[in-house]
Design a protein around this ligand. Structure first.
Ligand code: ZN
Length: 609
């Protein structure tokens, strides 16, 4: 039997009735997000909710049904999480919508929802007072129809199960594409709103590597809005950037901005006022239009929020960060992180080519460690690479500011299984090197690679632990720190073994090899590597190898993203058949220096006596 049909007027009356019932039950009218948020959201710290000036336009756009997508590429500290969390509250309470949240993996989704978003849910009575049918970190269902599901992009099954109208993908540059043929993860995610009346797709991330950044790709296909400001001096309209900052070297407190048009100085207060009055304009310098993919880019010079209390102002804070980059252990990595998180831009690789062996041979210096070590050497370390038929050893001198001097490279012939070979090593490691102030020096620490023949090597290092002879092992993963803080105790009887982050170490060594000596009278740059013009570091080093620097420069690298930290790191690989013992030995010596971590000031003053 056919069901009775509603007449048109009956249907209209019912719709109207439902709408009125809605209003009566809710005791409040429908408001837009910009109207609703300041009235109903309570910040976790008890202060009233306020949009930051840059957030007003995005707040309007997040729920605009005419925009196929909204991409936000903003600096760290912009308040993106604050804006998105508020929008989630609105989606649940006012729209009673279904929300899908995707992070690169489940743990990241869990962390963001559990530790960021939940705070705002809990402090906002309009949400906290709603009755919940399910309250798990990754699945929340409210009895008003609102629903929130969190998932990891690494689970296609989870993505396929999702049904939602509001789709938020964060950290999209850290999403790893797997080898399955299901296509782009973000496309798969966006399919989950197919056929729905409301479809809001939000994408955010710090950008990563130029040409490989997903958030760049989304921003590039959008209308590319930038926050334009007017110069406080000349009214010229432009986009502020950290490259307009100027300060006296080593005095970041003097930082200010220079207007690209009138070239006049703009102080912190002027910068803030300019940013507050900033206006979003698209790629054609027009007000953002409806009906297009929206993209917002925001660099840190537009910051209007608090600054770290240790500094006079935000410009001072940022300048200090840039100053710190110069003296950091790994300047290139610091630069990448800064460009990604503060300029909110992808970075281009600076080291296009590694140095060439000939250039490095030409930079060798005229001194001979057998005659006398340079006075800057305050401690020496030694590293041993174990091969089936020989041991390769390298001795390195260390001084303040990570400056180092290569002292010796020696190959001890003999099977690594034979006691005689290790006896020869014992004799060699006790060798003393002449020093102008200390008489002579022997290695303060010796590290032996135990990647292969581990038990044999522990038999050697174990009984010599008190003489600081340690086993080490290179870690495979790309984001391991240079050396583990504490050794693992292994074998019987237990002997210490340190784990080495070889990729981080090689990145440092390749950068340091490129450093040029300073002009006469100036100090050497941090981490400078001095190589003497002696037989040990020549074209014949390493026996069958083609030379010392050929071995050091044997490896090639590509950038890979660490899934643990989200940062890009250099991943090294040795082409088949290439000898690279010299590079490994430099890595191990670097680790030995870190293990010792001496107070060079104290050593230097003792030597002076
Ligand atoms: Zn100006």
């Amino acid at each position: 039997m056919r069901e009775a049909r509603w007449t048109i007027s009956q249907a209209a009356a019912l719709t109207e009735f439902c709408r009125r019932a809605d209003e009566i039950l809710l005791h409040k009218p429908k408001l837009s997000f910009e109207e609703w948020a300041p009235r109903f959201i309570e910040n976790p710290d008890g202060t009233p909710f306020r949009f930051r000036p840059w957030q007003v336009q995005p707040a309007r756009d997040l729920f605009d049904l005419s925009l196929p997508s909204v991409t936000i590429r903003a600096y760290s500290g912009a308040g993106k999480t604050y804006l998105i969390s508020a929008a989630m509250c609105y989606a649940v309470e006012q729209l009673r919508e279904q929300i899908g949240i995707m992070f690169p993996n489940k743990d990241a989704a869990q962390e963001w929802i559990g530790e960021e978003l939940s705070k705002m849910f809990e402090s906002t009575p309009a949400i906290a007072d709603l009755r919940m049918l399910t309250d798990k970190v990754l699945l929340k269902v409210w009895n008003n129809g609102g629903k929130l599901s969190g998932l990891g992009a690494n689970s296609s099954t989870q993505i396929r199960r999702l049904q939602a109208s509001i789709l938020y993908a964060d950290e999209i540059d850290a999403i790893e594409q797997d080898k399955s043929d299901e296509g782009d993860k973000i496309d798969q995610f966006h399919m989950r709103a197919r056929g729905r009346k409301r479809q809001n797709k939000w994408l955010t991330s710090y950008p990563s590597l130029k040409g490989a950044s997903k958030v760049d790709a989304w921003y590039d296909k959008s209308d590319r809005c930038n926050l334009f400001v007017r110069c406080a001096k000349c009214e010229h309209q432009y986009v502020m950037h950290t490259n307009q900052m100027v300060w006296t070297p080593k005095k970041p407190e003097t930082a200010h901005l220079i207007c690209p048009e009138c070239k006049r100085k703009l102080k912190e207060g002027e910068r803030i006022e300019m940013a507050k009055a900033g206006e979003w304009l698209n790629r054609n310098r027009e007000k953002p239009q409806r009906g297009v993919d929206r993209g917002f880019h925001l660099g840190c010079m537009n910051h209007t929020g608090d600054h770290n209390g240790a500094y006079d102002g935000y410009l001072h804070e940022v300048a200090a960060k840039i100053e710190a980059r110069k003296t950091s252990d790994n300047p290139e990595k610091s630069r990448r992180v800064f460009v990604n998180t503060m300029d909110a831009e992808s970075f281009a690789e600076e080291m296009e080519q590694k140095p060439q062996p000939d250039t490095l041979y030409a930079k060798r210096e005229k001194w001979d460690p057998v005659q006398m070590m340079p006075p800057g050497v305050l401690m020496i370390t030694m590293a041993v690479d174990v091969q089936k038929n020989r041991l390769e050893c390298m001795t390195v001198g260390w001084g303040v500011n990570s400056e180092c001097w290569l002292i010796d490279y020696k190959v001890i012939q003999g099977s690594c299984q034979s006691v005689g070979t290790w006896n020869k090593l014992d004799k060699y490691r006790l060798k003393r090197w002449p020093h102008p102030h200390a008489g002579n020096l022997a290695p303060a620490c010796v590290v032996v690679d135990s990647g292969k023949w581990q038990s044999t090597i522990l038999e050697y290092t174990g009984p010599r632990t008190r003489a600081r002879v340690y086993a080490i092992k290179g870690a495979k993963s790309i984001d391991r720190e240079l050396v583990s803080k504490k050794p693992t105790m292994i074998g019987r009887p237990p002997a210490p073994q340190y784990h080495i982050g070889t990729h981080e170490a090689k990145d440092l060594i390749y950068q340091r090899l490129e450093l040029d000596p300073p002009k006469k009278g100036n100090t050497y740059p941090r981490g400078f590597i001095h190589v003497p013009e002696v037989e040990a570091f020549s074209e014949t080093t390493g026996g069958e190898a083609t030379g010392f620097f050929e071995m050091v420069l044997a490896e090639d690298s590509v950038m890979k993203r660490s899934t643990r930290t989200g940062e890009f790191v250099r991943f090294f690989d040795c082409p088949r058949g290439q000898r690279n013992e010299a590079l490994d030995l430099m890595v191990y010596n670097l680790a030995a220096e870190r293990i010792m971590n001496p107070n060079y000031g104290v050593i230097a003053s003792k030597m002076a006596k």
